[in-house]
Design a protein around this ligand. Sequence first.
Ligand code: ZN
Ligand code: ZN
Ligand code: ZN
Length: 369
Amino acid sequence: MSGAVAARSGRLARVRKAMADRGVDALLLSLGADLPWLSGYEAMPLERLTMLVVPVDAQATMVVPRLEAPRVELDDAIFDLRPWAEHEDPVAIVAGLVGDRSSLAVSDRAWATFVLALQRCMPAASWRVSSEVTGPLRAVKDAAEVEALATASAAADRVAADLLGGAIPLIGRSEREVSEDIGRRLVAQGHDRVNFAIVGSGPNSASPHHEPGARRIGPGEAVVCDFGGTYAGYCSDTTRTVWTGGDPDPAFAELYRVLQEAQAASVAAATVGTACEAVDSAARGPIEAAGYGDAFIHRTGHGIGLEEHEDPYIVAGNATALQPGHAFSVEPGIYLAGRFGARIEDIVVAAEAGPRPLNVSSHDLTVVD
Ligand code: ZN
Ligand code: ZN
Ligand code: ZN
């Protein structure tokens, strides 16, 4: 067995135990990251159904369109393959594999077309989302996954270093041009694809998910750059905020000082056993104390792995205690509408030895042209 197959069969064993604990009789995985996490195969988002049927008490079966079956690496230690021909009804095939099992969990990202058809076919079944089973398991990364995240983060850090070092010109370019430049560099540094490259300049820096547009960046502005991609299956995500052209506005420098302190406090708080919501409040405390509480308008972070956003969420109300292998962003921000904003984001992994930041490019307020 290869290392990857051994990892997946370990995951399958943990999934079956979680299913048993939660009273789930069968797990039905289609689109979304649960399927590649468990099987190594990513379904095409098409009108032809792909679904891995995992009964709690029997061998798993991958129901896949016949024309896509050659792409599936068959590992019969983990699952059987049931290719379906164009004249067959895949929903009926799935229902046949489910049999009289009635407590079902289906991919959060499965298309409604298929979920509704499955429900019509199995009217006695009860339904919930698969993340109830897989979310807490996927959130805990094994050593190979942590290294994959570290590799992705290091590649994003090289782009952040370009930004902070002035290799990515800002003044005189549009946000869109800078965003495209960052995207090209993410790929040049080894990413398979760019997931996003937010560039918010001047007043747009106060809009956390600003869509980079035609606005030309001038001197004397804050610029928030938040970017990430997928590298060998795992995601990167980092944010750095810079000032353009000369000494920062003193009000911005003060805001940034508070943010930098809050971000560092939050990373330091992310020790094993600490509740996710306490990591959030560690960021929120210094920001509120400085009078910017109303300007920190989002949660502190999100888990990251095969998906850009996944469990665990670093947010008020999430009492989940951090475990070794939890990987998540710490990304507080302060946004003053109409003026400027800033965000600092690192990916952090919880470990027995203490929080391990995977992004290590400078946090200091940097002036670039
Ligand atoms: Zn975001
Ligand atoms: Zn981000
Ligand atoms: Zn993020």
